[in-house]
Write a protein that binds this ligand. Structure first.
Ligand code: PBG
Length: 306
């Protein structure tokens, strides 16, 4: 039940511009990278043996429909086109969602102006366009994170229709409406302008059977990998998912989980390296195959005794 470097996926925030490496106040050690800086960063990531990265884009401008998300010239396709030739062996996964791109910060297109009512048809159409734009740029895997019904099926259909049969899908299958996402939203400027995400993300108090239903639905729709998110407070769900399904199981050790550990370690209140390995071991013991974590580089460094 031990962590291996090949299980780790490192998330990155990408911004427009050059020479930019903006520190994230609530996530010490993480930055918003412009593409040129990200390429430098990835040399180290690759040297540490990390084989996969997950990209989040910060657009030039936000609007109600999140236009840059599905623009072939958007920040994520541009980043993929730069990374692929420089790091041909690195698996590039993209987060498929609208919240980083919409002015209201919600994960879908809203039916009205001030109410959280999602226009599902329009949202699914745009998710499909995001996935295809990312695939066209060279993404290896797309990961829809909006928790919209049938998002995996509509993305699979669109990828296949455009000839991207080899591009796989990692579903954010059981994603809870969690306060652990706070630092991420600060990094991506994606805090909802009004309302919250409880109408599309899961209730933390829901039974684990509901999570299993969500995961089963993603598998039926064609997900290649399924996910439980967040990770630490949902180890029971990870374990149940492991017992029930054969698909590769990813867990997302989210931003707030990272910040908690970093803050305590920086204050000297805990031994950060030891605690990190203990947490990673717990994910492995619960049944994770893949661990998406802002600590990925730290964990790899510890594994290699550096
Ligand atoms: C986009 C998305 C979010 C995260 C991953 N994809 C934010 C959210 O749902 O609010 C959170 C990741 C983290 O906290 O590290 N929908």
């Amino acid at each position: 039940m031990r962590l291996k470097t090949k299980m780790l996926v490192m998330p990155y925030f990408v911004i427009h511009g050059e020479g930019k490496r903006e520190p994230l106040a609530s996530m010490p050690g993480h930055f918003r990278f412009s593409i040129d800086e990200l390429l430098k960063e990835l040399r180290e990531t690759e040297q540490l043996g990390i084989k996969s990265i997950l990209l989040f884009g910060i657009p030039r401008a936000k609007d109600p429909c999140g236009q840059e998300a599905y623009d072939d010239a958007g920040i994520v396709p541009a980043a993929i086109r730069a990374i692929k030739p420089a790091f041909p062996k690195m698996k590039i996964i993209t987060d498929v969602c609208l919240c980083e791109y919409t002015s209201h910060g919600h994960c879908g297109i809203l039916a009205g102006a001030k109410k959280v009512k999602i226009n599902l048809v329009k949202t699914l159409e745009l998710y499909a366009r995001i996935a295809v734009a990312n695939a066209r740029a060279g993404a290896d895997e797309v990961a829809p994170s909006g928790m919209m019904k049938k998002q995996v099926a509509s993305i699979r259909r669109a990828l296949d229709k455009n000839g991207f049969h080899n591009v796989t899908i990692m579903g954010y299958s059981a994603k809870y409406a969690s306060a652990f996402y706070g630092p991420f939203r600060e990094a991506a400027g994606s805090t909802p302008a009004f309302g919250d995400r409880t109408s599309y993300q899961m209730d933390p108090a829901a039974t684990y059977q509901e999570a299993l239903k969500e995961i089963a639905a993603d598998i039926a729709e064609g997900a290649d990998t399924v996910m439980v998110k967040p990770a630490l407070a949902y180890l029971d769900v990870i374990r149940e998912a492991r017992r029930k399904f054969r698909k590769p199981l990813a867990v997302y050790n989210v931003s707030g989980e990272y910040s908690m550990l970093k803050a305590a370690a920086e204050n000297g209140w805990i031994d950060g390296d030891k605690l990190l390995m203990e947490i990673m071991t717990a994910f492995c013991r619960a049944g994770a195959d893949i661990i998406i974590s802002y600590h990925a580089k730290d964990a790899a460094r510890i594994l290699h005794g550096k």
